[in-house]
Design a protein around this ligand. Sequence first.
Ligand code: HEM
Length: 171
Amino acid sequence: MASDDGETETEDLTDPIKEIPGFDETESRIAVLGHPIHAMSVAFPVALTFCIFGADVLYWWTGDPFWARAAMWAAGTGFLFGMLAGFSGTAELLLVSGIRVRAAAWTHFIIAVTLISLLGANWGHRLYGYESAVLPYGILLSGLCVIVVAFTGWHGGKLVFDYRLGTSKSN
Ligand code: HEM
């Protein structure tokens, strides 16, 4: 702002979000000996989501019912492990003030819940006939799950590596 004598005054600009109490408290609380449970548990739904798609492609290619059954099991276990990862992530989101105040953490929550819902739908779709379920809707759902899990994992990594959420403050 220019003052009467023509000189420019510097204003102290503050970020109102950074003023929120607990903004800097970002360490993981849902952890075993300092190792965040969420980070440890996400590997399972991520890997199983790729397994569903892989098994669907192999069923389409070979026609072997083994792959259709494998896809059904991968979808069921992927969904259940996704729920477990979701519980630890949600507890972290709600309990840690520095995570709760950041919009990016809520964005991750929305993408992740979309993924878990798609995994549940993918599993339910196969429960009443796992072979007939694969083509076309099973494999289409699996392809969509792969796209959404890629976004979820990438965005989760962003929370850790860019925003340093869920990490410990080393001395
Ligand atoms: C549904 C509720 C979820 C919430 C609220 C949530 C929240 C979070 C939070 C707060 C972090 C930062 C690290 C931490 O505090 O532990 C994180 C990291 C991460 N999340 Fe989630 N998450 C959810 C579900 C998922 C799911 C279903 C997946 C994957 C299938 C996932 C993948 C990741 C990954 C890959 C990281 C980075 C871990 C690392 O590199 O250490 N999240 N999530």
